[in-house]
Design a protein around this ligand. Structure first.
Ligand SMILES: NC(=O)c1ccc[n+]([C@@H]2O[C@H](COP(=O)([O-])OP(=O)(O)OC[C@H]3O[C@@H](n4cnc5c(N)ncnc54)[C@H](OP(=O)(O)O)[C@@H]3O)[C@@H](O)[C@H]2O)c1
Length: 358
């Protein structure tokens, strides 16, 4: 595979600035690394949050983008040939370092990463589908199943471990925001863990799809909070030992918190000011998701997940998000992020093909 000396990437040059496509030197893999030609990369809410509010990142210029799929273009020294070879189709995640407030993302044509953070995808899976996977599975799996004592986690037994599959049969599970990218993966892992009923909230036009991937009940997310709480309580026969709020805005947090049983666990995906102290008083455990494979406390669970992933995808146990492809390559990212910001995306993941960039 010939690798160009220069490739295109979408840069955010200054805090709260505008995105701009520029040519940049194509990176080369160091020892233990692979160079991936990015065939498809997906948009995430964090991308517009960083651009609009100047949060999370202090080092500019930065290339954002946290989900992609592509073809291995070059393999660095020391990567075992039994693991990866040029031409392999893989899924990858953009890098975010919360301590240094730096990122290196996948809104680019070529991306380098340590091979241990990539996973192969089945031949039957498109790059577009693949691009929806990594942050979604990480953000759902890590706070539910991570056993690292330094990680925020419910400490459940992962479904790929012995005794993990179906282990929680008969226990109810609540996912706020099941139609979101994260929510869809949470529903599917809860199903593999055996939880039942699996109750979620969404716009009702997404109900048939969410039931097809494992939700047993879909409540209209537009219902008033007290009605949502009453209906979920009735369906579950009480409050929930495990609640995953895959939206974590003040309105969903109020519902999620009320429905978490005393002694139970609530997973959230964004910072919930003030709620932690209250949770301690009330005897509820709160766990903030951190869906980065490259963060040290996620290494062991991440390795296990990446090892299990090809079989989970091949068998259809885990299905990727549905996608909408935006024409125009990297130039289409800003418009797509605006749609995410305006809540104009429902039940699909927006994806671009960097190669289509003018
Ligand atoms: N902590 C971490 O490591 C981490 C990692 C990744 C993402 N996140 C965060 O997780 C959140 C979700 O990300 P995502 O990628 O899943 O978002 P997404 O796919 O863009 O979410 C869109 C969906 O959210 C649903 N939604 C919006 N408001 C809702 C509400 N009040 N109740 C129920 N559903 C609602 C909509 O459902 P309907 O279409 O059915 O109306 C829509 O389909 C974001 O805040 C993101 O920043 C955190």
């Amino acid at each position: 595979m010939s690798i160009p000396a220069q490739n295109k990437a979408l840069f955010l040059e200054v805090k709260e600035g505008q995105f701009v496509v520029k040519s940049t030197e194509t990176p080369r893999p160091g020892p233990g690394e692979i160079l991936v030609k990015v065939e498809a990369t997906a948009l995430n809410p964090i991308d517009w949050n960083i651009q609009s509010f100047g949060i999370f990142i202090e080092k500019y210029p930065v290339v954002l983008g946290f989900d992609a799929a592509g073809t291995i273009a070059q393999v660095g020294d020391g990567v075992p040939s039994s693991s990866f070879a040029v031409g392999d189709r893989v899924v990858i995640q953009g890098r975010y370092d919360p301590a240094k407030k730096e990122a290196e993302g996948t809104f680019t044509e070529y991306f380098v990463l340590p091979s241990k953070f990539a996973a192969k995808i089945p031949a039957s899976m498109s790059f577009d589908e693949g691009a929806t996977i990594m942050s979604g599975i990480a953000t759902s799996v890590f706070p539910l199943y991570n056993q690292d004592p330094t990680a925020a986690s419910v400490n459940l037994t992962a479904p790929w471990l012995e005794g993990g599959r179906g282990k929680y049969a008969g226990k109810p599970f609540l996912v706020l925001g099941g139609a979101g990218s994260m929510g869809q993966y949470v529903i599917q892992f809860a199903r593999l863990s055996g939880f039942s009923p699996i109750i979620t909230t969404a716009s009702l036009h997404n109900a048939p799809f969410l039931k097809s991937i494992g939700a047993t009940h879909v409540l209209d997310r537009n219902l008033p909070s007290d009605q949502l709480i009453a209906e979920a309580t009735k369906l579950a026969g009480g409050h929930f030992e495990v609640v995953y709020d895959a939206i974590s805005t003040p309105d969903t947090l109020a519902v999620a918190y009320a429905l978490t049983a005393q002694g139970g666990s609530l997973v959230i995906v964004t910072v919930a000011e003030g709620l932690n102290a209250k949770a301690k008083e009330d005897g509820k455990a709160m766990h903030m998701a951190h869906g980065q494979f490259m963060t040290a406390f996620n290494h062991d669970i991440g390795r296990m997940l990446l090892d299990a992933l090809p079989a989970l995808l091949e068998s259809g146990d885990i299905k990727p998000n549905r996608t909408e492809i935006l024409p125009g390559g990297l130039n289409a990212v800003p418009g797509g992020l605006q749609r995410l910001k305006n809540n104009q995306v429902s039940g699909v993941k927006l994806v671009v093909h960097p190669e289509d960039t003018e």
